[in-house]
Design a binder for this molecule. Structure first.
Ligand code: ATP
Length: 446
């Protein structure tokens, strides 16, 4: 999940739910409230990086909130949402200090594009923690590659740390002070990926009420990460190749070409050569992107990383949970961590460490606290339900769960609220499950 925190203020409950879904599926950490008054309370309890607020609301409303923010949080960016008919008030709000506005109704991608423009880039993100010789030599190679401007293809199984490595390359490049923009090609519906990548002009398609720069433009002078590039359809691959060759982009519905100075990194957890051989990935694009291939081996191929990573993840989560004294793994717990095969790689290790932190009773984490099979975890709170996917579920059962969710979504015309009610799970759990489905490349209605 992104480290940036968003405050969403919208009095229309169903719209708020839909916006929240979009933001959470895009991995944003978000708190939602129904009025400006509640927003002010939330601002006293949390630190936010961006506020997205409706203008017309009962009480002091969006403009009252803007006024409050100007006085108490003048540096906090505010995005206002307003009905198309009342754009005049949004324009005056911009004069009052809002950074931008969204004209309702807008497509989910318009929201995500705007949000990604204003969220600050957190520089202190996870640095790769490595100890195994294989990983050390990979990092030193990555550092040397970072110094060049070559395109890099990062391969490795899911959860091995490909995005962490991509950020590392950016941070060690001459572009480190510029933007790092990541886009997950599998998570964005196919018909919106092109607009998200290349941007669009007002009126380019139904719902494009205002022009929006694409990810390439947002990454200008910096680095663009095309995550899971192998999931891009062949038609779009041809357009991407052209942009990379010409080093310029044209927004959808636009006539102007925009010169680009962007370094492109890409990841895939598939054997890209085999995908090329199967005719699902263009060979010319493969060679353009694959100037320098780097591969993170699976975690079980670099066992010396396991304990340092586990300790790092423990310290990270202890900090988030405000745990005063950091517990340690006892010897039996370490043995258990070292003997597992970690099919889910570092992401799986991260889940196990989080569970251990919740389950431990003293200053030491024992082997009993290391629950590898999540089915054994006693779920007591909604939070625990949200963060732990029952990994023990068989593949067949999981596939059935996905079918049920998709069918119920269709029956309820996409209303997450109704789906959650029908399936008897919390809206949070549904959101989490849908995010996991998106991660797996399953297309969901937006
Ligand atoms: N070497 C590392 N040091 C610190 N944290 C790591 C490391 N490798 C992975 N992680 C953490 O593990 C999680 C998964 O990593 P990441 O998202 O980079 O994997 P990925 O290979 O891109 O996965 P996917 O293919 O599923 O997108 C993240 O929370 C990341 O911060």
């Amino acid at each position: 999940m992104s480290e940036a925190k968003l405050l969403l203020v919208e009095d229309d409950a169903s719209l708020r739910e839909a916006l929240l879904d979009t933001l959470m599926l895009a991995q944003y950490d978000c708190i939602d409230v129904a009025s400006a008054e509640e927003a002010i309370l939330a601002l006293k309890q949390h630190q936010f990086d961006l506020v997205i607020s409706d203008v017309q609301m009962p009480g002091i409303g969006g403009l009252g909130l803007l006024n409050y923010l100007q006085q108490h949080h003048p540096k906090l960016p505010v995005l206002l949402m307003t009905a198309y008919a009342t754009i005049g008030s949004a324009v005056s709000a911009i004069k009052l200090g809002a950074v931008d506005y969204l004209a309702k109704p807008f497509a989910p991608e318009v929201l995500l594009n705007q949000v990604s423009r204003y969220l600050p880039l957190k520089q202190n993100r996870d640095q790769p923690v490595v100890a195994d010789e294989k990983s050390l030599s990979l990092l030193s190679l990555a550092q040397r590659v970072a110094a060049s401007d070559a395109s890099v293809m990062i391969l490795g199984p899911s959860g091995s740390g490909k995005e962490v490595l991509a950020r590392y390359i950016h941070q060690h490049s001459s572009r480190a002070e510029e933007a790092f923009v990541a886009i997950n090609c599998a998570a964005i519906p196919e018909n919106m990926l092109e607009a998200t990548l290349f941007g669009y002009e007002k009126g380019a398609f139904t719902g494009a009420y205002q022009a929006c720069p694409g990810k390439f433009e947002q990454a200008q002078c910096g680095t663009l990460l095309l995550d899971e590039i192998s999931e891009m359809d062949l038609g779009l691959q041809a357009k991407l190749l052209r942009v990379l060759q010409e080093r310029e982009v044209e927004r959808l519905g636009g006539r102007k070409t925009i010169k680009l100075d962007v370094r492109v990194l890409a990841t895939s957890n598939r054997d890209l050569k085999a995908v090329v051989a199967a005719g699902q990935f263009r060979e010319d694009l493969y060679y353009r992107i694959n100037v320098f291939p780097l591969t993170w081996p699976a975690l079980n191929q670099r066992p010396a990383d396991i304990l340092p990573l586990a300790r790092h993840l423990l310290a990270k989560h202890a900090k988030t949970l405000n745990v005063a004294d950091l517990p340690e793994f006892d010897e039996a717990a370490c043995r258990r961590l070292l003997s597992h095969r970690w099919p889910g790689n570092v992401r799986e290790l991260d889940n196990v460490v989080q569970r251990a932190l919740i389950l431990r009773t003293g200053a030491l984490i024992t082997a009993n606290d290391i629950i590898i099979d999540a089915q054994d975890v006693p779920l007591t709170s909604d939070d625990a339900e949200y963060t732990s996917e029952p990994e023990g579920l068989g593949e067949e059962l999981k596939a059935q769960e996905h079918v049920i969710i998709l069918e119920t979504l269709a029956q309820c015309q996409g209303s997450r609220k109704l789906v959650a009610e029908k399936l008897g799970i919390s809206a949070r759990t549904l959101r989490y499950k849908m995010a996991r489905m998106r991660d797996m490349g399953i297309q969901l209605p937006s």
